[in-house]
Design a protein around this ligand. Structure first.
Ligand code: 13P
Ligand code: SF4
Length: 304
């Protein structure tokens, strides 16, 4: 990849007073030139704090929507508008409204990997990093958890006093990681710790030494005394893990851990997006206000 395109992007970012965000699963070269890398919500919160006029979100659609919800005065660009999230698409606002009607008064906890329309129909959001704390903060002893059944079941283990009604969604990328693949890797690297994302299937998470969000993985691997890790989440995370921990070894748990949507955005797409100030991701004001309330309720929950 020529440095020329990177130079053009950095130059246009300055001209447009734009900030370039990249999710932890993006291609290496996109993470390399980003102003900020991180998890989906962390990125949107950081972007809202900057005085940039334009947010270029290298991630998937629901993430750019979260940025639009939190930064109504800024223009949010998603260089690849076709970068969606199959799990977020597994629940619609209409479907959630129907489920709520069958369980009146039961609060809805929605993972941030969801559309703005779905967030707007929810009581409170959560991320994989704070889901346990969010669920524990509820007064009710029953809740609807949307859309990730795997994250929901993982949280449920830590909050056995509450009854969960799970939506049947899942991340196809994490679900492709099989028990057999993990057992093989563990046999190949017996002295490595296995760390996985709670979007993984419960049988896989059960084999993990530690399950956490992508931001949690950076902290865990940096502070752990261990030097070898089998990583059970999307391959893009390896870029920064290796950069930040040159003395440690990181092994991808399964070759299936590639999210095609997360790999769509190229430097050419970023450049085109900055040149044309498109495609813009926006959320109607009525939906934005309701979705924002669900995010704000999450942000108001005291951290553990
Ligand atoms: P986090 O970075 O929030 O853990 O995200 C996981 C994920 O699958 C995003 O698509
Ligand atoms: Fe969606 Fe899974 Fe891809 Fe994340 S890794 S964008 S949850 S399909």
């Amino acid at each position: 990849m020529s440095n020329d395109i990177k130079f053009q992007i950095r130059d246009l970012l300055k001209q447009r007073n734009a900030v370039l965000l990249a999710h932890n699963y993006m291609r290496d070269e996109v993470q390399e030139i980003a102003d900020i890398t991180g998890d989906s919500l962390g990125l949107s919160l950081e972007a809202a704090r900057t005085d940039a006029d334009v947010i270029v979100f290298c991630g998937v659609h629901f993430m750019a929507e979260s940025a639009a919800i939190l930064s109504p005065g800024k223009k949010v660009l998603l260089p690849r508008p076709d970068a969606g999230c199959p799990m977020a698409d597994m629940v619609t606002a209409e479907g959630l409204v129907e489920l709520k009607a069958r369980h009146p008064g039961v609060p809805v906890v929605t993972y941030v990997n969801s559309s703005a329309d779905v967030k707007a129909e929810s009581d409170i959001c959560c991320t994989s990093a704070n889901a346990i704390t969010v669920v524990r903060s509820l007064n009710e002893d029953e809740l609807i958890f949307v859309p990730d059944r795997n994250l929901g079941r993982w949280v449920g283990q830590y909050v056995p006093e509450k009854r969960f009604i799970y939506w049947d969604g899942f991340c196809p990328t994490h679900e492709r990681m099989t028990v057999e693949a993990i057992k093989l890797k563990k046999a190949e690297y017996p002295d490595a710790l296995f760390i996985c994302h709670p979007e993984s299937a419960p049988e896989v998470t059960a084999l993990a030494d530690h399950a956490c969000s992508t931001s949690g993985m950076y902290d865990y691997c940096r502070t752990s005394a261990a030097t070898k890790f089998i990583i059970g989440t999307e391959a893009g995370i390896l870029y920064k893990l290796r950069l930040e921990n040159p003395g440690k070894e990181f092994i991808l748990a399964s070759p299936a851990l590639f999210c095609p949507n997360m790999k769509l955005t190229s430097l050419e797409d970023v450049l085109f997006s900055l040149q044309t100030l498109s495609p813009v991701i926006s959320v109607s004001e009525a939906v934005r206000i309701k979705a924002r309330a669900a995010l704000d309720r999450m942000l108001a929950v005291p951290r553990d």
